[in-house]
Ligand binder design. Sequence first.
Ligand SMILES: [Zn+2]
Length: 250
Amino acid sequence: MGYPNYAAYSLERTMAKTPEGKPSLITWDEVTTLFHEFGHALHGILSDCNYERLSGTSVARDFVEMPSQFNESFASIPEIFDHYAKHCETGQPMPAELKERMLSSINFQSAYALGENLAATCLDMAWHMLPSDKVPTADQAADFETEALGQVGLLNNQIPPRYSTSYFNHVWGGGYAAGYYSYLWTEVLAVNIAQVFADRGALDPATGSDFSQKVLSRGNTGDLMQMFSAFTGMAQPDASGLLKARGYNI
Ligand SMILES: [Zn+2]
């Protein structure tokens, strides 16, 4: 499926319909969704490849969300925030105190979000690593889930997996088989990329064009990890960046 269709589909599903005669006011989730989808759009718009099947967003599942998740980070950069977060009637930027409170609440409940994501990720992996002769019956599925989560220290009634076995639909027939981890892995890549921008100046045009040249324009025409390294200068992604971005002091 081409990217433009996907973007329209995603935005249509997430944006609240504007009441008749009222301005279109959107939530923070909707703002970050806009930035997210625009990251996918840039991956397509800036593509400079000969073959469609190797261009733009036609990359591995654990890489394709990197440009979009990275682009979300721009939503909370103060200069950019001031540019779009304006009063709908007066056009004034959001008052400093409100802005500070809003931006400091971004990581509210991030431990819960990470816990439920990790539990679902490990559950997906546990099912897909089973040899065919060890697959439990439907009646044994709940026990298998309990055991699998216990083994990785994620059996916690207060933070259940985001998807439990009986309704983890997309990892069975939806193409994510053993690939649910990709959301977190791609976030690791995204925060590492965002750190390069933070170090060089998020609005630095030279860094933007370097990112475009070394990553966004290249689609799937090279080794994806080498593209990551070429831009960041890092031999390997650094997972500690993910925890920092989610507000943990490590
Ligand atoms: Zn996406």
